[in-house]
Design a binder for this molecule. Structure first.
Ligand code: ADP
Ligand code: MN
Ligand code: MN
Ligand code: MN
Ligand code: MN
Length: 355
């Protein structure tokens, strides 16, 4: 990849990043803003953090992030989890925070609060989730990354899990993100190049309960942050390129303890029946512009109609072939869009099937 004018000079930076910190550490607080995008800011701490209680409640100007009116703009950041920082290394950390208003109520952008309540109520079922995050890469001129100037790449076919020049784009960026997730302790379970050129997927999971939203949020932060170094933009739009190109989803795999046991197929079928009753309620929280993706084409089920089936990639819910064969395991909800709020999606699935 050629150097981009907005990309920092990593050769120069290396010298400064190797300087001794003299005992103090950096904590990068991460939160979700009023538009569902990640934001972050950094503070210096006296020394290494040993427990979440060592981290202070902090605040920011919510009027600048579509999270509060200008006249009452303080929004509070309450740390909920922290991770080793793959950029600054050492004892430096990333801090995931929930947003609260001045009066102590959860901020409108804080969907984790409700999700956490649901997950606590459902905890005895040990709900596991695994999310397949698809995304598309763009250059600074808003062109799909690596696509020929003034034209289009050849039709879809060679790109999914592709190998070789002209079939995959930005593998180095993807590889960097994968390792950054591992370093941070994010349960990233794999990656693959997707059907549309310059579209990729990473999987996170299985994660139990609230950990799913937390790990996916941090994985998204890491992706956007790594891509920044390459001068590449990440799009989570479910139909990033109009036309005969695959949209982007965030398939959400789900199981409970009952589903994972011998004979678990019964519990899987019971859950699918409950999900069928609430199709539209689920679609409402599965991401904006999902109607542009769930057309019934390009390996999707139609947005207006619930369907399920074994090994059926054109259904709302798919039971993987190997799950049907062994009689227990998990189901795959294929409806969530790539821009889905993972706290809303996992909370909704748990509430519909367990509460
Ligand atoms: P696909 O065949 O649909 O492309 P992937 O391999 O991309 O599937 O993703 C499968 C996802 O399912 C992973 O995120 C994985 O963590 C998750 N998963 C595996 N087993 C379970 C389970 N028992 N419960 C919930 N999620 C699971
Ligand atoms: Mn200031
Ligand atoms: Mn997948
Ligand atoms: Mn995929
Ligand atoms: Mn899938």
């Amino acid at each position: 990849m050629s150097a981009h004018p907005f990309t920092k000079n990593s050769g120069l930076l290396a010298h400064y990043m190797a300087l001794d910190q003299r005992g103090v550490v950096q904590a990068e607080y991460i939160w979700i803003d009023g538009d569902g995008e990640v934001r972050s800011k950094c503070t210096t701490l006296d020394g290494p953090v040993k427990s979440i209680k060592d981290l202070k409640e902090w605040n920011f100007d919510g009027s600048s992030t579509n999270q509060a009116p200008g006249g009452n703009s303080d929004v509070y950041l309450r740390p909920v989890a922290y991770y080793p920082d793959p950029f600054r290394l050492g004892d430096n950390i990333l801090v995931l925070a929930e947003c609260y208003n001045n009066d102590g109520t959860p901020n409108k952008a804080n969907s984790r609060y409700e999700c956490n309540k649901i997950m606590n109520q459902a905890a005895s079922h040990k709900p596991w989730f695994g999310m397949e995050q698809e995304y598309s890469l763009f250059d600074m001129d808003e062109r799909p990354y690596g696509w020929p100037k003034g034209g289009f790449p050849g039709p879809q076919g060679p790109y999914y899990c592709g190998v070789g020049s002209g079939k995959v784009f930005a593998r180095d960026l993807v590889e960097a993100h994968y390792r950054a997730c591992m370093y941070a302790g994010i349960k990233i379970s794999g990656i693959n190049a997707e059907v549309m050129p310059s579209q990729w997927e990473f999987q996170v999971g299985p994660c139990e309960g609230i950990e799913m939203g937390d790990h996916l949020t941090v994985a998204r932060y890491l992706l956007v942050r790594v891509a920044e170094e390459w001068g590449v933009k990440v799009s989570f739009h479910p139909k990033a390129v109009p036309g005969d190109w695959n949209g982007a989803g965030c398939h959400t795999n789900y199981s409970t303890e009952d589903m994972r046991k011998e004979g678990g197929m019964k519990a899987i079928e019971a859950a699918i029946e409950k999900l069928a009753q609430r199709h539209l309620e689920h679609i409402e929280v599965y991401g904006a512009d999902n109607d542009k993706r769930l057309t019934g084409k390009h390996e999707t089920g139609h947005i207006g109609e619930f369907s399920s089936g074994v090994a059926n990639r054109g259904a709302s819910i798919r039971i993987p072939r190997h799950v049907a064969a062994q009689g227990f395991g998990y189901l795959e909800d294929r409806r969530p869009a790539s821009n889905v709020d993972p706290y809303l999606a996992t909370g909704k699935i748990a509430a519909t099937t367990l509460l």
